[in-house]
Design a protein around this ligand. Structure first.
Ligand SMILES: [Zn+2]
Ligand SMILES: [Zn+2]
Length: 277
């Protein structure tokens, strides 16, 4: 992979493997091989632990947990066995264990159980779903009606997660539904939700936590990294959110340039989070 200038490529802090219910072509072993090819210093296998099937949108579309996992819950023992195998096979790649928790603030007991089992190096917190009636619905499925309101509600739910749950270090894909903004509407303007972003970024910064630059979106929206710094944010991580080994490290040169321009620089070692200038 090309880095920007002499800058080393950072760790890929958000990678899914076959241990994620929604990654049928994921592979921890091939992801390690790919990370080596790309010259990544480290990789975090942040497989999903979701505690709800992602349920029906009002128009009947569904996104439900399936694949090898009956429930979406991570098979922690199997996952850790595979990490051990990969660490032996790839001793010069730094392999961090991780988990991406879906709505952990709504499932504190389940979350605690997974974390006790895992002893993870890196814990990522995510909002994917919004409460609708008695269900949780994947927020991109709600974008047809009032997309600005969906993004507003997504940010409000994320603020709840940040303030009510301190078990995660990295906040993933902050404004996830924005990528699904309807093409026939005027473009999304993050300034319209400046206060809602602040309600997430302020407590996240106050807790010394990390905002993810997720290159699958990319997320967050363009001005938000700068806002993160203005609110006192001290660190950013980079994550491809790859669900297939081919996507590891995607978009990292652009993301690094963006983080640089927003006032962040590489940490002490290439595997560390980037820090505030
Ligand atoms: Zn996610
Ligand atoms: Zn993910």
């Amino acid at each position: 992979m090309e880095s920007t200038g002499a800058e080393p490529v950072p760790a890929d802090g958000h990678v899914h493997t076959e241990w994620s219910w929604d990654a049928p072509t994921g592979s921890m072993r091939r992801s390690c091989a790919r990370a080596r090819e790309l010259g990544l210093p480290a990789v975090v296998f942040s497989d999903h632990a979701d505690f709800t099937p992602w349920t029906t949108a009002p128009d009947g579309r569904r996104r439900v947990i399936g694949g090898h996992a009956a429930t979406g819950l991570l098979d922690v023992a199997g996952y850790l066995d595979e990490v051990r195998w990969c660490r032996e096979r790839y001793p010069d790649l730094r392999i961090l264990t991780g988990v991406e928790l879906g709505e952990p603030h709504l499932f504190p007991d389940d979350t605690a159980r997974v974390l006790r089992q895992g002893g993870f190096d890196r814990i990522v917190g995510s909002v994917h779903c919004l409460p609708v009636g008695g269900d949780l619905v994947y927020s991109p499925l709600l974008m047809d009606s009032d997309p600005l309101d969906v993004v507003r509600r997504h940010l409000a739910e994320t603020a709840l997660m940040v303030t009510r749950c301190d078990v995660f270090e990295v906040l993933a894909h902050l404004d996830l539904p924005v990528l699904f903004w309807p093409a026939d509407r005027p473009p999304f303007d993050p300034h319209a939700l400046r206060d809602e972003y602040a309600a997430v970024l302020e407590p996240l910064a106050a807790g010394g936590r990390v905002l993810e630059v997720n290159t699958a979106g990319p997320w967050p929206s363009a001005p938000v990294l700068r806002w993160w710094r203005e609110h006192g944010g001290t660190a950013v991580s980079f994550g491809s959110d790859a669900h297939d080994p081919a996507d590891l490290g995607r978009g990292f040169p652009e993301a690094m340039a963006w983080a640089r321009a927003s006032g962040f620089r590489p940490g002490r070692t290439p595997a560390d989070h980037w820090v505030r200038d």
